[in-house]
Design a protein around this ligand. Sequence first.
Ligand SMILES: [Zn+2]
Length: 227
Amino acid sequence: MKNLIQLLDFFLPRFCQCCKSKLESDQLIACETCLSKIKPATDERLKFEFEKKFRDAKVISGFDSRYLFEKEGELQNLIHALKYEGKFRIGLFLGRKLGEKIEARICDWKPDFIIPVPLHHLKKAERGFNQSYYLAKGMSRFLNIPVAQKYLKRIRFTETQTNLTLDERADNMLGAFKVKKREMVKGKNILIVDDVITTGATVSECAKVLLENGASKVFAASAAVAD
Ligand SMILES: [Zn+2]
């Protein structure tokens, strides 16, 4: 297998998504130098972010992220290429990285399945795919926990949240999601996955709806956490 990759790399060289240098046969997506520039989300920072984003709503039982999101940074480049250029392999790669990070928490959380934050069907049609699905898939392969894409649906189209305040974002999300198969979420521990968690309003609204429909506990994870 390794020889085959080396052979393929010889004829079809692969390049780092960030700096465009040629990748070695054992490197995926980005080179070591670029990956090392992405800041990890430390336990201390995650604790702080949990308090800020999730403590008041009390719907998220636990939260983890692999990286810190920085504007113009390598990670933004990767997530952008996943979302807007359809580079699914980046989603699988980041999902695996996230899976490696939260493996230690799985004994505690005991998630029955992973739900990627759903996109509205119009948005999905426009983009062609849900980027969070590939993150969930990458995690799923590593952690051996199934992805349940169809249990939760986004029923309201929400405009971009970038220019909204915290409270406005929470209001903007109200009624955005609906559980499709109530019997499937009842009594379950569910892990919600998003690409970047900023205010936490989106995953909190997902969690609220899942809990209202009988889910036991809801956890949240993201490739990156932002201020
Ligand atoms: Zn690079």
